[in-house]
Write a protein that binds this ligand. Structure first.
Ligand SMILES: Nc1ncnc2c1ncn2[C@@H]1O[C@H](COP(=O)(O)OP(=O)(O)OP(=O)(O)O)[C@@H](O)[C@H]1O
Ligand SMILES: [Mg+2]
Length: 251
């Protein structure tokens, strides 16, 4: 059974249909890159999976548990949505750290508030995650004392601290200067080698191909092509995928 099953997700904002029936599955330990031009619906899809938006239609299952099913609408209380959200970790383009807290405190905050993890255990976990991100010597720094790449690595540690089933990235390097993207891509690559289940929205095509098992090309709210990352990115079959990728080849 796939870890994540996404079926026919549709989302409209007033008259605009932004997602027109997105389906894919993801096995445990696998990652998928999602590529596509601006406005194709990539962020909206991640927001729907994280219940930051409610899909209008479709089905979302994690480990066989139905988190969302539009054909059987149950009263989704705030409390239930908060719990469902914990299946997914989300790392945004803009790191969104709490400026008043140190790196370590940023990582410790949610496990303390959401899961009630005991202080000592929480600190140990957070320190281990920051060490995994290569940030041991930065743990007591505040966000303004950190580079963008360092802040993004703290944000990744923070997302991992809640032990999500699926870690989602929305263009994790696009707010960074080119010389800082490498350090963030390296930690994501390492997470992939360690078999973290991930959905990675990115404009870095070589990275999308190398780090992920599968790739999905989205255009205007539909999945145009999906398959192994190498196939989709190096040998696209669909005309729209070829056109999209050729713009990167020229750049
Ligand atoms: N809250 C909203 N209200 C109305 N329209 C929205 C809303 N959020 C997104 N949209 C529209 O949905 C479409 C898809 O947006 P989305 O941000 O998902 O695209 P994207 O693929 O992430 O683009 P980019 O690569 O630029 O980040 C766009 O046309 C956008 O204007
Ligand atoms: Mg986006």
């Amino acid at each position: 059974m796939a870890l994540l099953e996404v079926e026919n997700i549709c989302k409209r904002f007033e008259k605009t249909e932004v997602l027109k029936g997105i389906s894919f599955t993801l096995n445990e330990g696998e990652s998928v890159s999602i590529i596509g031009s601006s406005g194709s619906g990539k962020t909206t899809l991640l927001r729907c999976l994280n219940f930051l938006e409610m899909p209008d239609e479709g089905l979302i299952r994690v480990r066989g548990e139905t988190l969302f099913d539009s054909s059987a609408p149950a009263g989704n209380t705030e409390e239930e949505i908060r719990r469902k959200r914990l299946h997914f970790g989300l790392v945004f383009q803009s790191f969104n750290l709490f400026p008043q807290y140190t790196a370590l405190e940023n990582v410790m905050l949610s496990p303390r508030l959401v899961n009630g993890v005991p202080e000592e255990e929480n600190r140990k976990n957070a320190e281990a995650l920051l060490s995994q991100m290569g940030l041991t010597d930065r743990k007591d720094n505040y966000p303004h004392q950190l580079s963008g790449g360092q802040q993004q690595r703290v944000a990744i540690a923070r997302a991992l601290a809640l032990k999500p089933d699926v870690l989602c990235f929305d263009e994790p390097t696009s707010a960074l200067d080119p010389e800082l993207t490498g350090e963030v891509l390296r930690v994501i690559r390492k997470l992939s080698e360690e078999k973290t289940t991930m959905i990675i929205v990115t404009h870095e095509m070589a990275f999308a191909r190398d780090v992920a098992d599968q790739a999905i090309f989205m255009d205007e709210g539909v999945v145009v092509e999906q398959g192994s990352a190498v196939e989709v990115i190096d040998h696209p079959k669909e005309e729209r995928t070829k056109q999209f990728l050729s713009r990167y080849a020229e750049a």
